[in-house]
Design a protein around this ligand. Structure first.
Ligand code: MAN
Length: 562
């Protein structure tokens, strides 16, 4: 490992340089500077071409060029490195090294791995810098007996393995991002389509509302002018009830009359029986009058047969009960049939009660229109209970109310959808696909949760409840400047998406909590780290495919044009 505090001057990795530098090149010259050294009889300093040196002055361990270009393979000009202390330079008008090195460093070809430059001050310093110079070519004089083995084969193999894994992971992440972008596009399209359809529905509803208002007014007007309804008018059952009621009353009157006649006849029979009884008791059997004798005999037979006769089951009380007027406590309660839930109209009025909750409201509004139509067209009876609105008015009012409710619900849904469409969901609308999703991580005594484009929460694992750490306000970009992490779970360097969450729960003696959620490209959504840089100001580092390179796919409209 390199000594602490050493400045990595230039860790430039030159791709595609697995081949060794040409033999004719002086030690330490990188491929992009080869032209300055190759096939020359003399050497001109790169930054000061007027200074011409002999070839033997290259790498002679003496810094002859002001830009150090004559010493590509030694540490002789290492003081030119920007962080080296200023040194007086012989012949310099300013007397200082107010110049920079023409070369980025000592070139390690690293055959079997990738070539790289190391700072000149590392050359022959007695330390093996295997990470930068795996071939050990920087320690060619073996200071203090140090001999750096060439580890490029193993390091290169491992590097290529990791590189392949990184590339594959990046490809998978990019693919996931494309899927997310596609999902987001589809979600956006749905919102747009919903807005169009709600607007159409509202336009239709507007017309319907005017119609229903008119119908309601008409129904109220006709209600006011209405006189008492004719008995039994209306639907089929209404007619039947009317007919039955008058028929029953007819039969009752007839029974009453028959009963009177019966009583009359009964009286007459009783009178005749008295006469015959008297005859039987008072006639003189000694008179041989055959006619009287036959009459008495006939009477005696009649009386005997009457004595053995069964008495009629029909009690007078029963007949009187039948003759009693119909009402709530006796006979048939016609009112129930005329006003109550017994009409055929009630089947339609109560149909909704049998429907599942989910469709009830919809059917209710549809049914109201049907009811009004049926009542208006005389198919259903409109049977108002006395002192209340007629069903026609009730149905018209309910239909209007239901249309008004429908209108206001749809208006708020429209406003909601329009707001959603205008909301910033990030590049490619990517965070639209994250709606309703959360990621969380256990950190110390809390579980931290990030609900995308919604809020961040600190959840106590000791049962102290949840604390809101901020609600989503906007998407920003900030520059990250962190060392790459071996596991790749870090922000690294470069511009990063930052999701801002503000106005969370108030901090005791402090501001409301807020969170910056920094995003970096990763294959899966994951909260990597949470920190509280100052009291109640949190930083979450979150990995997600959404933060990978933005897809440069042609837009669907561009495709269509092709
Ligand atoms: C709780 C947590 C901490 C916070 C303090 C502030 O303990 O929300 O993160 O720093 O309150 O009082």
């Amino acid at each position: 490992m390199r000594r602490a505090g050493a400045v990595v001057l230039l860790g430039i990795l030159v791709q595609g340089s697995l081949a060794a530098a040409p033999d004719s090149l002086p030690r330490g010259v990188g491929p992009e500077f080869a032209a300055f050294y190759k096939g020359k009889t003399t050497f001109s300093c790169i930054g000061n071409p007027s200074i011409i040196l002999k070839l033997s002055q290259i790498n002679d361990n003496s810094c002859d060029c002001p830009d150090g270009s004559d010493e590509p393979g030694t540490a002789a000009c290492s003081y030119l490195d920007p962080l080296s202390p200023e040194q007086p330079l012989p012949g310099s008008p300013s007397g200082t090294t107010n110049t920079t090195s023409a070369l980025p460093g000592f070139w390690c070809a690293n055959n079997g791995h990738i070539g790289s430059y190391i700072p000149f001050m590392y050359v022959n310093d007695g330390v093996c810098d295997s990470e930068l110079c795996c071939d050990g070519s920087d320690e060619f004089v073996h200071v203090g007996g140090v001999a750096c083995e060439n580890r490029c084969a193993a390091i290169g193999k491992e590097w290529r393995r990791l590189e392949r894994a990184r590339r594959e992971s990046a490809e998978r992440s990019a693919k996931k991002r494309r899927t997310l972008a596609k999902e987001s596009r589809e979600l956006r399209r749905r919102v747009e389509a919903k807005i169009v359809s709600i607007k159409e529905e509202l336009a239709t509803l507007e017309v319907k509302k005017v119609e229903l208002q008119k119908k309601f007014e008409e129904a109220k007007r006709s209600e006011k002018g209405k006189v008492v309804k004719a008995e039994g008018q209306g639907g089929k059952l209404g007619v039947f009830v009317g007919l039955a009621k008058s028929r029953v009353s007819e039969l009752r009157n007839t029974l009453d009359k028959v009963l009177d006649q019966r009583d009359d006849l009964q009286d007459r029979v009783e009178k005749l029986e008295d006469i015959l009884n008297k005859l039987k008791e008072e006639y003189n059997p000694n008179f041989n009058d055959e006619g009287v004798k036959a009459a008495v005999k006939g009477w005696e037979d009649y009386a005997a047969s009457k004595a053995g006769e069964k008495k009629s089951d029909l009690a007078d009380g029963d007949i009187m009960a039948v003759l009693e007027e119909d009402g709530e406590t006796s006979g048939i309660n016609w009112a129930e049939f005329e006003e109550g839930g017994g009409s055929d109209a009630d089947v339609v009025y109560h149909l909704e009660a049998y429907l599942p909750e989910s469709v009830r409201e919809y059917i209710h509004s549809k049914l109201n229109h049907v009811r009004v139509w049926l009542i208006e067209n005389g198919v259903l009876a409109d049977n108002p209970a006395s002192g209340t609105e007629s069903r026609l008015v009730v149905a018209a009012r309910e239909a209007l109310e239901s249309a008004n409710n429908d209108f206001s619900t749809k208006t708020s849904t429209l406003e909601e959808q329009v707001r959603d469409l205008e909301k910033d969901y990030g590049p490619d609308d990517i965070f639209r696909a994250f709606k309703g999703k959360c990621v969380s991580a256990d950190v110390g005594e809390y579980e931290y949760e990030h609900c995308w484009i919604d809020k961040t929460t600190q959840k106590s694992k000791k049962g102290h409840g949840n604390t809101n750490m901020g609600n989503f306000v906007r998407i920003d970009r900030e520059l990250a400047d962190e060392e790459e992490r071996a596991d790749g779970k870090g922000l690294g360097k470069g511009p990063r998406i930052v999701l801002r969450y503000e106005n969370g729960q108030g901090c005791w003696n402090g501001p409301n909590r807020r969170t910056d959620v920094w995003l970096a490209c990763a294959e899966t959504d994951e909260v990597w780290r949470v920190s509280e840089s100052e009291k109640c100001v949190y930083k979450m580092e979150v990995g997600t495919p959404a933060a990978c390179e933005e897809a440069n796919e042609p837009s669907p409209s561009a495709k269509d044009e092709l």
